[in-house]
Design a protein. Sequence first.
Length: 82
Amino acid sequence: MHETQDILLDVIGAAKGLAFLNVSLEDVVCRTPVSVGGGEVRFSHGVLDAPTPAVVAMLKRSRIPHVAGPVDAERTSGGVLR
């Protein structure tokens, strides 16, 4: 499950970076919606919709504005996967 390790490193790295910079998430403003891509992602354990359900849940829970597109690929996991 190397995907899990990659995700954990991304999340922990981002959290550590924000903490190091003393950034409060209350002060973060999204000026434009995050483009999350679309379509499907095929990986070692099967196929999921893009963005993945976990990403959608995090975006909604954090009230981060997001839009589909502009490509049919995952854009929220550290790069475009095809």
